[in-house]
Design a protein around this ligand. Sequence first.
Ligand SMILES: [Zn+2]
Length: 100
Amino acid sequence: MPLYDYRCPECGHLFEAHHAMNAAAPPCPKCGFAAPVKRITTVPAVSGGMATHAGDSRGATKEQLKSKWAEETPKLRQKLSDKLGEDVVRKNAPSLFDND
Ligand SMILES: [Zn+2]
């Protein structure tokens, strides 16, 4: 559920409230004014878990990196195996074999 910031025009009280996007504004907890003003706020991408900042979403996600890695690993492994021999690669870069 999104977190909203409100400002009460009656008493100037600032408060936060969690509620559904289309729900009515909650009354001011300080003076009871029924129509506080919603303020623009940033909604955390992940609530409860690790906080992520908006800027992070422009980069690759962990899943994207993971699938990229899964895609590239066999190629890299093959390339190195051709060059050095699989035993050498397996010994020096065991992580390349983890995804088998
Ligand atoms: Zn108020």
